[in-house]
Design a binder for this molecule. Structure first.
Ligand SMILES: NC(=O)c1ccc[n+]([C@@H]2O[C@H](COP(=O)([O-])OP(=O)(O)OC[C@H]3O[C@@H](n4cnc5c(N)ncnc54)[C@H](O)[C@@H]3O)[C@@H](O)[C@H]2O)c1
Ligand SMILES: [Zn+2]
Length: 358
């Protein structure tokens, strides 16, 4: 299999995304010659699977490699863990020319990226995402963050990596639900910007679910290209980047209402995209056939298609669409047709009409 390269160009930095099978073994190539020390940040789960391969690859640079293992889980994307990372970097006397390598899913990527943004006012970092969600979404675009007790991702920075290194074979050790959740974000890109890609996903769904090399490599590549395009236009989410939140208003309501972690983020977004497609039909004329296609693809990747059975008032509360919201309106990403997206304010009555369909 050949190497796919996607270039990301933003005001905050230009960098390549390399995608291939066995890319972990080639990590040394992405480490700059003038790097002093390499700090590998990962968690015990990922280290047990890929740590040795990655350590060997990094040690081939001849540079000093230190390891920082942080506990596994969203619950540890905190300032305490960030401090633990800083303690390690300082104890090992890393300097401004050190490089961080973030090996893991979105949790490791987000906190390592934020650590890189802060340490000595910014050192270089390389994303090595190991979940499908992190390969197609969180490792690309430079959003880094930790959680605060008062809100998720509330403390962070826009900080671009110097490279993203994606090994599609690491996906083989992920549970099936994690694959489904990642595929939800993959098909999202088709729905919002590229209808032919959505059709391609539907046609290749069996190969995608089975993690066939050629199919998954193309899906990751196309997703990265589409996200890179959007982020290249609007790095700091002052406009276009918001379309990446398609399905997320309903999805976040599901995650919050059920309790975080009950459904995976991607599963909630999958179901949320069906709801957002129905809302698009109501508000901006998405055809019934297209709504059905959204439903079919979400079902085919193995995400839930039936939202929790809640009163409309609970949904509106969870989405922040209550009396406090100005004029009782909320902004949604909607699809006038598949492959095109707009951000539009919708009033509570219209949202209620759509909720009644489920
Ligand atoms: N920065 C962004 O733009 C952005 C975008 C979307 C999501 N996020 C963030 O990403 C995080 C979610 O990321 P995630 O879904 O990757 O979750 P995660 O990082 O928690 O990974 C999920 C689980 O899979 C394990 N794992 C990782 N790679 C594995 C592999 N190859 N084989 C087996 N197990 C493996 C992890 O240790 C973890 O237990 C959230 O914190 C979210 O806020 C950030
Ligand atoms: Zn998402």
């Amino acid at each position: 299999m050949t190497l796919s390269v996607v270039q990301v160009n933003t005001p905050g930095g230009n960098y390549p995304i390399h995608i291939a099978a066995n890319q972990l073994k080639k990590l040394a190539l992405s480490v700059p010659d003038n790097a002093t020390t390499i700090a590998l940040i990962t968690n015990p789960t990922v280290f047990a699977l890929y740590g040795q391969t990655v350590l060997e690859a990094l040690q081939a640079t001849g540079k000093k490699v230190i390891q920082v293992q942080i506990p596994d889980g969203e619950a540890y994307k905190t300032s305490q863990t960030l401090d633990q990372i800083f303690d390690n970097l300082l104890q090992n006397r890393l300097d401004r020319k050190a490089v961080i390598v973030a090996l893991g899913g979105g949790v490791v990527g987000d906190i390592s990226g934020f650590a890189a943004a802060c340490f000595m006012r910014g050192i270089r970092f390389i994303q090595v995402p190991t979940t499908l969600l992190s390969q197609v979404d969180s490792s690309v675009g430079g959003k880094t963050a930790i959680n605060h007790p008062l809100g998720k991702n509330m403390i962070g920075a826009f900080y671009q990596p110097i490279a993203v290194e994606i090994d599609i074979h690491v996906l083989k050790s992920l549970p099936k639900r994690e694959i489904a959740a990642g595929l939800a974000e993959v098909v999202k890109y088709g729905m919002i910007t590229d209808a032919p890609f959505l059709d391609w996903c539907l046609e290749n769904i069996t190969a995608l679910n089975a993690l066939d090399d050629a199919a998954i490599q193309y899906a990751v590549q196309r997703s990265c290209e589409l996200k890179a395009y959007v982020v290249g236009q609007d790095e700091r989410e002052s406009g276009l980047r918001a379309i990446l939140n398609f399905g997320h208003t309903f999805g976040h309501a599901i995650e919050a209402g059920l309790g975080y972690g009950k459904w995976l983020h991607g599963e909630a977004v999958g179901c949320g995209m069906i709801m957002a497609a129905e809302l698009s039909a109501q508000v901006c004329g998405l055809s019934a056939q297209s709504v059905q296609k959204v439903r079919d693809v979400v079902a085919a990747i193995g995400c839930p298609t039936t939202p929790p059975d809640w009163e409309a008032s609970k949904w509106l509360d969870l989405m922040g669409l209550d009396k406090k919201t100005e004029g009782g309106q909320l902004r949604f990403v909607l699809l006038p047709e598949l492959g095109e997206s707009v951000v539009q304010a919708v009033d509570a009555d219209t949202v209620k009409k759509v909720l009644a369909k489920f």
